[in-house]
Design a protein around this ligand. Structure first.
Ligand code: ADP
Ligand code: 5GP
Length: 225
């Protein structure tokens, strides 16, 4: 059985950056390339970051029941094709979905054993800085993303793991530990000493341990309103 990992984060938190590094350091992991009706951004290529389709094409896929989940995000459709899970199962790989909070809720309903990870920026100011520094969005879009971020962050308690992307290198190591830790946990085998250490590390990021770390971040978004 493939493990399904769901990663969600407010836009600009550094999720794509983290996930890109993760794929370089963890094997047997497939990325589910979503379908979207939004136009490509920057250097994005069709079939790499997303499959870019028209609204009509997307709606035809909905009618044909080709999506495991789909949602409307920032006025565009985004969806996870069922075939990615089938392919992962066939090759014995695990599958990572980079999807929003609505999509994550739909997947958790269908696949309760999926591992969900919510990535947070260290605070509102840092998120604003990252969005500006990325240089991909207009001022109006940055405002909207910040406002949406506040609402998205309120959903953190629906996730299994909470990761704060403060220092990139540390956050990457933590994400890797969660992914590898779940493999150990689900293997049913007695963990080696090294694996037991890994499992102990990942416990820190589980929701029940994370509330204290999340409160000041949530507060920074409330103050910035
Ligand atoms: P997302 O995929 O969550 O929208 P990106 O991966 O595009 O976010 O990151 C947003 C911006 O923040 C990018 O310019 C990226 O280089 C930068 N960034 C990512 N992680 C960090 C970090 N830990 N510290 C500082 N900047 C970061
Ligand atoms: P972006 O346009 O910045 O690439 O993505 C916007 C949001 O859509 C992000 O939160 C991203 O995780 C989410 N997203 C990307 N693909 C999917 C998908 O297939 N389904 C859902 N529900 N959300 C997605």
């Amino acid at each position: 059985m493939s493990i399904v990992y769901i990663v969600s984060a407010p836009s600009g938190s550094g999720k794509s950056t983290l996930v890109n590094v993760l794929f370089k350091v963890v094997g047997h992991l497939d990325f589910s390339i979503s379908y979207t009706t939004r136009p490509p951004r920057g250097s994005e290529q069709n079939g790499k970051e997303y499959f870019f389709v028209t609204k009509e094409e997307f709606e035809a896929m909905i009618a044909a029941d080709e999506f495991l989940e789909y949602a409307n995000v920032f006025g565009n459709y985004y969806g996870t094709a069922r075939r990615f899970l089938r392919q992962a199962e066939a090759t014995g790989n695990d599958l990572l979905l980079d999807i929003d909070v609505q999509g994550a809720a739909q997947i958790k309903k269908k696949i309760p054993e999926a591992v969900s990870i919510f990535i947070l920026p260290p605070g509102r100011e840092q998120l604003e800085w990252r969005l500006r520094n990325r240089g991909l969005d207009s001022e109006a879009v940055i405002r909207r993303r910040l406002d949406t971020a506040r609402r998205e962050i309120e959903n953190y308690s629906k996730y299994d793991y909470i990761l704060v992307n403060d220092r990139l290198e540390q956050a990457t190591d933590e994400l890797k530990a969660i992914v590898l830790g779940e493999r150990v946990r689900r293997s049913g085998k007695q963990p080696s000493v090294e694996e037991a250490c890994l499992l102990a590390t990942t416990r820190e990021f589980r929701l029940d341990q994370a509330r204290e770390r999340v409160q000041p971040i949530l507060a920074s978004f409330e103050q910035g309103r």
